[in-house]
Ligand binder design. Structure first.
Ligand code: SF4
Length: 399
């Protein structure tokens, strides 16, 4: 049998729902024709969502960046400020955070992502206080926030176990973890871009503890900082193995590195074809993860549309506010009407979803589309004034 026939055999098995090995995934990711890979992934998506396969989802949320002060100094990050750099560092007070929550509710948002640096003073108590205050005022908002890195950091600051930290912030109001900080899990690329972060094994261990305590999460991957194809597939394998044990990852969300304003400047970004191949191989390889999210924020709206034909079933969020990847150069902005239109033009029926992926509003009749153009993604003026953003972002923020 020729190599080509072997490849087709594996692709056919994957498309039919058979589990593929990491070695087979690497061959498909590297060598399968792009459209064949996408068609196989789309076949898997259609079968998984039989009956609702015509739908693609989005969510309305707000990222609330509570501080940019961080001791971890990841090399790819354009958002953080070192604690000693008092001219650049900023924090938000609780009133400011609650005001942002109120705006989110007013605009129909259902979820907040509390996201910030590893502040040297913020232990478990800080998160307990803020989550409890948010839930008291806005019980309808889902707090889908933080990740293993923040948990490791806050537990260390407070001198408690990770189990206790998770239990306490969950009881205070955290609903699920956003899976941030996964970056690249294999040791070599992780050390190269985030040398002070916990290891990939530890990131997964903390997620496994969280799943065991009833706190589900999503999972992510940062592509394009110089990792090899084999390391990308190893990242998927590490997550798939944990998922076999816990079932706690609701989604997998790859996104591409943005090269501005950070210490990795000049490194190659992942190409858009590599990104689409990743969406497809994730759908084929991660047969135990329900949702694969396409990204338009870092790759652009057209690629977001294409991702829906390469295995993605969700386009993520209309972020009423985003400052982290925007600080590194992500320039794409959108609004609710445009996302609905994008999904429809990609051949799907758009649906607004909840954090747990239930359909809240199915936009099956254009005559009933929402017309509120205030539901727009933007960058916070406070983050810009804080001094961390590129001048170009000031222009975007003022538009
Ligand atoms: S990615 Fe997060 S942990 Fe790393 S430097 Fe930026 S804010 Fe800090």
């Amino acid at each position: 049998m020729t190599e080509k026939a072997d490849l087709q055999t594996v692709l056919d098995r994957a498309a039919a729902g058979g589990r593929i090995t990491p070695e087979e995934a690497l061959v498909l990711y590297r060598d399968a024709p792009l459209h064949a890979l996408g068609a196989a992934a789309d076949a898997v998506r259609r079968r998984r969502y039989a009956g609702t396969e015509h739908i693609a989802t989005y969510i309305i949320e707000r990222n609330i960046n509570y501080t940019n002060v961080c001791v971890t100094a990841c090399k790819f990050c354009a958002f953080y400020s070192a604690p000693k750099d008092t001219a650049k560092g900023w924090t938000r007070d609780l009133d400011d955070i609650l005001r942002r929550c109120a705006e989110t509710v007013e605009l129909g948002g259902t979820q907040i992502m509390f996201q910030g640096g590893h502040h040297p003073d913020y232990g478990v108590e800080y998160y307990e206080k803020h989550f409890a205050a948010i839930k008291k005022e806005f019980p309808q908002l889902v707090i889908h926030s933080l990740g293993a890195s923040e948990v490791e950091h806050m537990a260390r600051i407070s001198g408690v176990s990770v189990d206790e930290a998770i239990t306490r912030i969950h009881e205070a109001g955290l609903d699920s973890f956003a899976g941030a900080g996964a970056e690249l899990l294999p040791a070599r690329p992780r050390k190269a871009i985030a040398p002070l972060k916990e290891s990939g094994e530890r990131w997964l261990e903390i997620m496994e503890i969280a799943h065991g305590l009833g706190v589900e999460s999503t999972s992510t991957m940062l592509m394009g900082t110089g990792e090899t194809n084999a390391e990308r597939i190893e990242h998927l394998r590490m997550i798939r193995d944990v998922q076999d044990r816990t079932g706690g990852f609701r989604a997998f969300i790859p996104y591409t590195y943005q090269p501005e304003n950070n210490h990795l400047k000049g490194r190659t970004q992942a190409t858009l074809f590599e990104y689409l191949r990743m969406i497809a191989i994730a759908r084929l390889f991660m047969d135990n993860i329900a949702h694969i999210q396409g990204s338009w924020l870092t790759t652009g709206k057209e690629v977001g549309q294409l991702s829906l034909h390469y295995g993605a079933d969700d386009l993520g969020s209309i972020m009423l506010e985003e400052n982290v990847v925007s600080s590194a150069g992500a320039k794409h902005r959108s609004n609710r009407m445009e996302i609905i239109d994008l999904i429809r033009k990609a051949g799907r029926v758009p649906a607004q979803r909840a954090t747990t992926y239930e359909h809240l509003v199915v936009h099956d009749d254009p005559a009933n589309d929402p017309v509120d153009d205030r539901v727009v993604s933007h960058i916070s003026s406070t983050a810009i004034e804080g001094g961390t953003a590129h001048p170009e972002l000031k222009l975007l923020a003022s538009n």
